[in-house]
Unconditional design. Structure first.
Length: 309
């Protein structure tokens, strides 16, 4: 299992490293990366989510148990982070970045690793994970921005952010297609799958380009706090809920995998748009991306030692 994880991580590491080199060497114009992130966030990744959910073969998969354990663990950790806010001694915008770093996850890395570990089954399990926690995380983050961000949102603003989020919309649309037994038109399905597949390498290149270690060093306390919530509390809480609902095998592995992923570079975009601390968010993203290279294999080792996988 550990060998499979490390082999699945190799292309992730290589693509992230390539993105960092391309950005450092200025091989592409600086304005390429924001546009690439925008393309991935609004077009490519929604196509991946929608097609994966709409066309996934979920027969025999523990959909309810997997979704329940992920949603409950995410809400529980989010509640703890909010309760710990007075102890952090940071302002509201900085707290939004710590919160995002604690609960938001990198879909690109998660889908890539799940597919590398379990093939088609992994993609289907990843689709369930995305359907469960993409809406949950985005709703929680928008609410936290509304309360603690510099640009305080009204109730109408919060609702507008929720109903216009492309990841939430594509996830719910894919779930609706799956539940209603609908199918994507034959001529459209291959195009959507191709666009979705393009989101993985492009997204990882953007993650590498977004790395900023200078910023990470300037925010040691908040970066450490968000990383502790992400890499320690989140998988531990998920394991408790997963055991309670009887998850095992690939479903349990995928649940733990998704809950120990580093935060996504899209968190930086959200921080800029909704009044968060964008430099701190970049530091958290950079640090967690590197820490995940050790955290993910260690999580698998720990779970295997407890004989739960």
């Amino acid at each position: 299992m550990i060998r499979d994880v490390l082999l699945a991580l190799i292309p992730v590491i290589l693509l992230i490293g390539l993105g960092a080199i391309l950005k450092q060497r200025e091989f592409l114009r600086a304005d390429f990366w924001p546009q690439a992130e925008r393309l991935g966030y609004y077009i490519l990744l929604p196509c991946l989510f929608f097609s994966s959910l709409a066309m996934a073969d979920l027969d025999g998969m523990p959909v309810a148990g997997l979704a329940l354990s992920l949603v409950l663990s995410t809400i529980a950790v989010a509640g703890v982070v909010i309760c710990c806010r007075p102890l952090m001694k940071i302002d509201g915008p900085a707290f939004t970045s710590v919160f995002q770093g604690s609960v938001r996850f990198n879909n690109y890395v998660g889908v890539t690793l799940a597919a590398g570990l379990f093939g088609a089954e992994g993609i289907a399990l990843a689709a369930i994970c995305n359907a469960a926690i993409v809406p949950t995380v985005n709703i929680l983050c928008v609410l936290v921005f509304a309360r603690f961000g510099a640009a305080r949102l009204t109730a109408a603003g919060v609702l507008r952010q929720l109903v216009s989020n492309p990841l939430v919309l594509s996830s719910f649309a894919g779930i609706a297609f799956q539940m209603l037994g609908l199918r994507i038109l034959p001529g459209i399905e291959p195009a959507m799958r191709a666009l979705g597949a393009a989101s993985l390498p492009l997204g990882l290149l953007c993650v590498g380009a977004a790395l900023n270690f200078g910023t990470a060093r300037a925010w040691v306390g908040p970066v450490a706090s968000s990383s502790a919530f992400k890499f320690l509390m989140m998988p531990a809480t998920t394991l408790l809920f997963a055991q309670a609902v009887g998850l095992e095998g690939p479903a349990l592995t995928t649940a733990l995998l998704f809950q120990v992923l580093p935060t996504a570079s899209s968190a930086y975009i959200l921080a800029r748009q909704l009044g968060g601390d964008a430099p701190l968010m970049a530091g958290i993203t950079a640090t967690q991306t590197i820490l995940a290279m050790a955290a993910i294999p260690l999580m698998i080792v720990g779970a295997s030692a407890m004989a739960v996988l």
